[in-house]
Design a protein around this ligand. Structure first.
Ligand code: GDP
Length: 599
């Protein structure tokens, strides 16, 4: 085997970029993530995937380090010493990637409670700082924009709020480098602020606190600082490490301080990417434009995207016909952290889908097809976890904490349940409440559960209808209780692997839509033919079009000729109305799902 001598030791300073990295025989998780230029959280997650539960200061064996490095796209060549088992590993980054890494602008998301000033702040930032040379362009809301602050570009995602943030994360996309938490100084920390804090913490993203509306006569900055401290966010002024910036978004005061802090944080975080490769990134949003066809806003994360590039975005492919920036100006190329609208794709990818530029059309087609096949193979499995799965992962040592999202009827019970659950912690396993609040179970809770592989526990509260459907689609385990003892008992059993069997999702039948009927007042029914199995009244119907699920919801009416029936069997025709869905098209496939007890 060819051995390559180390040509340098990793230095992540901005000035020198050696062509290869030397990984010592013994190194910690922290050292490894520094060498890879990767977020330690991502490295820890990757380690978890191969069954190793390590923390930042734990030592990684170099065989493991090698595997992890490969999973980050670094081909690995061992040194002679490494082959002898004594020395170090040399990792030659992809296409000498390391040598080409350059600083890239930070990508920032703004979160906070409704009416605390997120939109006003986004507007203030955008108005005071338009990227030089682009003045005069029309401001276009494309889902993200870039400003120039003292020569340093900063990218902002302009869909504020943690729902969008977590929805992307639930799809596996890590987009945001820093989160800006907006708290109105006259109002203080509110339920959605707490939710945003929990979502940011679960994502492991650094947070900057903005104390907004300081121009208001009833603004009380100290109160906000105290409240932040109560949520484990101790600001720098008080000896903590959370940057806080007082701002009046309305008057534009403090906005440059905020931008200054973001640039400083970016510098110490050493954000880098390689602009000299084919682009890779994430879809921020996508829509169909009447005259231009499908348009997607993508955020380039590494590489440079050029007009004419073949691309794959999610399951959609195409060739970039034109690119527009956030000023609606046509541009020819977009480097790392640049958001651009691209034209020329064949369909609509989803927000959070990954996109890549590839060398030719054939590769683009093959990649898109592969993704479709993978999704179909996974369909129905969802991406959530169940309490039972958590137990087996606890047992195998893959995880040591049971991550829970707790929703209760009133705030008082949050604390009661929290205390009761804390008693279950042992030396080896721990209950980790990543979010606990009062109120019904929302879609945002379900997305957080998907993104964090957590279970949702409801105490005297229920899921909202949309949340129940989403949880069903994503196979997120929602458990509802009305008696604290039962709740605690189930969690304890889960920790000990003694949980009673629960349910699983089973497809009981498949039908094809052959005709669409109007029922008056805009209501529609589908005339169906049942191809196999049965379609029954109590089922959840998944509507599939072009192999994609476009909707899922319960049966609201099922007829055979004029009669209401409980089920329709294979080979028969009938009429169906799926609750909440009107958009049937001939040729749609209806999959009928029911819940069964699993062994
Ligand atoms: P969002 O829901 O968080 O996006 O909040 P908005 O940006 O829509 O702001 C909510 C309200 O607060 C609007 O009426 C804004 O004009 C007002 N507002 C936002 N920032 C400030 C500020 O710094 N000072 C004052 N006095 N009002 C503000």
């Amino acid at each position: 085997m060819e051995a390559q001598a180390p040509t340098g030791v990793a230095s992540l300073g901005k000035t020198s970029s050696p062509t290869a990295l030397e990984i010592p025989g013994v190194l910690t998780v922290h050292d490894l993530s520094t060498l890879l230029g990767a977020d330690p959280i991502d490295v820890i997650k990757q380690l978890m995937r191969i069954g190793q539960m390590l923390t930042l200061n734990d030592v990684v064996e170099y065989e493991t380090a090698s595997l992890i490095a490969q999973s980050f796209g670094f081909p690995v060549k061992p040194t002679e010493e490494a082959q002898r088992g004594t020395g170090s590993l040399v990792i030659s980054p992809d296409e000498e990637e390391e040598a080409h890494l350059e600083p890239r602008p930070p990508v920032v998301t703004i979160l906070g409670h409704v009416d605390h000033g997120k939109t006003t702040l986004l507007d203030a930032i955008r108005n005071t700082n338009t990227v030089a040379g682009e003045v005069g362009g029309i401001t276009q809301h494309i889902g993200a924009y870039q400003v120039l602050f003292k020569e340093t570009p900063i990218t902002f995602l302009d869909t504020p709020g943690h729902e969008a943030f977590t929805a992307m994360r639930a799809r596996g996309a890590r987009v945001t480098d820093f989160a800006v938490l907006v708290v109105a100084a006259d109002d203080g920390i509110m339920p959605q602020t707490v939710e945003a804090i929990d979502h940011v913490k679960a994502a492991g993203v650094p947070l900057i606190a903005v104390i907004n509306k300081i121009d208001r006569p009833d603004a009380d900055q100290d109160r906000i600082k105290r409240q932040l401290a109560e949520h484990d966010l101790l600001i720098e002024e008080w000896g903590g490490d959370v940057i806080s910036v007082p701002v009046s978004a309305l008057k534009g005061e403090g906005v440059s301080d905020l931008l200054e802090n973001i640039t400083v944080l970016a510098e110490v975080s050493n954000l880098r990417a390689n602009p000299h490769r084919l682009a890779r990134g994430v879809v921020v949003e996508a829509r169909v434009d009447k005259s231009r066809g499908p348009v997607a806003t993508v955020l380039v994360q590494t590489g440079t995207l050029r007009v004419g590039d073949n691309v794959v975005a999610g399951e959609v492919r195409g060739r970039v016909r034109a690119m527009l920036n956030d000023q609606a100006e046509s541009i020819k190329r977009a480097g790392p952290s640049k958001p651009v609208e691209i034209l020329g794709i064949s369909g609509l990818p989803e927000a959070g889908d990954t996109f890549s530029a590839v060398s030719d059309e054939k590769t683009a087609r093959e990649m898109a097809e592969k993704r479709i096949r993978e999704r179909l193979a996974e369909s129905g499995q969802g991406s959530g976890v169940s309490l039972e799965e958590i137990y087996s992962r606890l047992e195998s040592g893959e995880v040591t904490a049971l991550d829970l999202i707790l929703k209760t009827d009133v705030q008082g019970t949050v604390d009661a349940v929290r205390t009761a659950l804390a008693h279950l912690n042992t030396e080896t396993t721990r209950v980790n409440l990543i979010h606990a609040a009062s109120g019904s179970i929302t879609e945002s809770d379900v997305l957080l559960a998907v993104a964090s592989k957590a279970i949702i526990i409801g105490f005297s509260t229920r899921p909202e209808p949309g949340a129940a459907t989403l949880a069903n689609q994503q196979a997120v385990d929602i458990r509802s209780y009305d008696i604290i003892y039962e709740l605690v008992d189930d969690v304890e059993k889960a920790l000990k692997g003694l949980l009673a069997p629960v349910t699983k999702d089973v497809v009981e039948g498949i039908a094809t839509v052959r005709a669409v009927f109007g029922l008056g007042r805009g209501m529609k029914a589908a005339g169906i033919y049942v191809n196999n199995g049965i379609i029954s009244r109590g089922a959840q119907i998944h509507v599939l079009r072009n192999d994609r699920r476009v909707f899922a919801g319960p049966v609201s009416s099922l007829k055979h000729f004029k009669d209401d029936v409980r089920e329709i069997r294979a080979g028969l025709e009938g009429g169906i109305v799926v609750e909440g869905f009107q958009d049937y098209a001939e040729g749609d496939i209806l999959e009928s799902h029911v819940t069964e007890q699993s062994e």
